[in-house]
Design a protein around this ligand. Structure first.
Ligand code: ATP
Ligand code: MG
Length: 419
């Protein structure tokens, strides 16, 4: 039996890759305009980094990490997300010593041992950004505006931005207590995971996807009623800036996010079209994270988009693979040799050209040109060769013409420049 890949880890094949490349190119282009630079960090880190940042009592750390021992007995983990590694690198490389403000983005695979289903995989890919060192809520609005701009640019319309504030170490304990009070009487209705979360991480109960838990928490107190003055001001300012920038959003005071490092602004880009996997992008502020990881006390805010979910959402708008500009069909040894050299010269000049290397019948070569969906076919038969011409057939228009063989390369390239 042949060896298969790992469940929940997908190959990205030609035909799909074009859409991925498009999504990545758009991200690079747009993030650059907002002053973000790319950073590349390893896919493996010390396990401790994720336990300390994401939080010991989150789903990710409790049950989703790919953790293993290397041959020296170090505990390593395949990164489940990008923020912690980027912050680790920011601190380790002292990027703050040049400028405390850093705007970074990353792309790449993340790993979580989840139950694979549509839009949820064990290896998945994120495009993420981090804006470090700015306290002012203008940066929150900038990051959100950039996220909205990205969705607009790639043509994904069926999404809505939801924002919330999760408070800070000042006001979160008060909210936590209010929530515990409320949940006490609902414990029997909660799923086993949420009964555990009640003890360890009660805010996470609000994020549970089990319908009974959703119902039981329907009337739970709102985090927004428990914000301290400074968090409240921050949240109002973010909303004011978003209005100034004409970014549509709604406030969802039930959205808590699954990672412990978030403070104040939290947000998700949600869609109605992916079932339970309704978040296409998500993020928030993490003002204590850099200090908790041993760096300076600098605030930060960022988001990550799930590329698989973006691809699913693009649906009909997926990018088609490029069509060869020219297919060379040759009959006979001498013509085949000539076509081979001509094809190579055209390729060197950037033209996507194809031929049938095996020299089958003209009919089968033309069938192959059709399969490639080539725009034009250049036919070089013995007959044409004798008269020093080639026949150029336009596959879309169905027209064809005879061209002098001596100038064929020049003509093809000139027409291409003119097109
Ligand atoms: P969800 O609520 O769907 O589990 P999450 O809150 O765990 O998402 P984050 O950790 O914030 O997600 O990651 C940001 C984005 O990464 C998500 O909005 C989603 O698009 C994508 N993502 C997260 N986990 C997966 C996964 N297992 N497979 C595919 N994409 C994922
Ligand atoms: Mg998750």
């Amino acid at each position: 039996m042949s060896i298969t890949g790992i469940k929940g880890m997908n190959d990205i094949l030609p035909g799909d890759i074009e859409t991925w490349q498009f999504l990545e190119e758009q991200a690079r282009k747009i993030f650059k305009a907002y002053g973000f630079s790319e950073i590349r960090v390893p896919v493996v880190e010390k396990t401790e980094l994720f336990c300390r940042s994401i939080g010991e009592t989150t789903d990710i750390v409790e049950k989703e990490m790919y953790t293993f021992e290397d041959k020296s007995g170090n505990s390593l983990t395949l990164r489940p997300e990008g923020t912690a590694p980027v912050m680790r690198s920011f601190i380790q490389n002292k990027l703050y010593s040049q400028d405390p403000v850093a705007k970074l983005f990353y792309t790449g695979p993340m790993f979580r041992y989840e139950r694979p289903q549509k839009g949820r995989y064990r290896q998945f890919h994120q495009i993420g950004v981090e804006a470090i060192g700015v306290e002012d809520p203008k940066i929150d609005a900038q990051v959100l505006a950039m996220l909205a701009h990205y969705f607009e640019a790639v043509g994904i319309e069926d999404v809505a931005l939801q924002i919330n504030s999760l408070g800070c170490p000042e006001c979160r304990p008060g909210y936590r207590n209010a929530l515990l009070d409320y949940l006490k009487s609902k414990l029997d209705a909660l799923c086993a995971d949420c009964r555990r979360r009640y003890e360890s991480n009660p805010l996470r109960v609000l994020d549970c996807k089990v319908p009974a838990c959703k119902e039981a928490t329907g009337q739970a107190p709102s985090v927004l009623q428990h914000l301290c003055g400074s968090c409240d001001d921050q949240f109002s300012a973010v909303q004011r800036h978003l209005k100034d920038l004409q970014i549509d959003f709604s406030v969802n005071d039930r959205m808590v996010r699954g990672l412990d490092y978030y403070t104040k602004t939290a947000f998700e880009m949600v869609t109605g079209s992916l079932g339970a996997q309704n978040a296409v992008a998500a993020g928030g502020r993490y003002d204590g994270l850099i200090r908790d990881l041993g760096g300076p006390a600098l605030p930060g805010i960022g988001f990550a988009m799930g590329v698989e979910r973006l691809v699913l959402m693009l649906g009909e708008k997926r990018v088609q693979p490029p069509r060869p500009e020219l297919f060379l069909a040759a009959m006979g040894e001498e013509a085949a040799q000539l076509a081979f050299v001509l094809m190579s010269r055209l390729q060197r000049q950037g033209m996507q050209a194809e031929m049938d290397y095996e020299g089958k019948s003209l009919k089968s070569q033309l069938r192959r040109a059709g399969k490639f969906n080539a725009r034009q076919v250049l036919i070089l038969g013995e007959n044409e060769l004798a008269r020093q011409v080639a026949v150029l057939r336009d596959m879309d228009g169905g027209t064809q013409e005879e061209l002098p063989l001596a100038d064929i390369e020049l003509i093809l390239l000139q027409r291409r420049d003119g097109a």
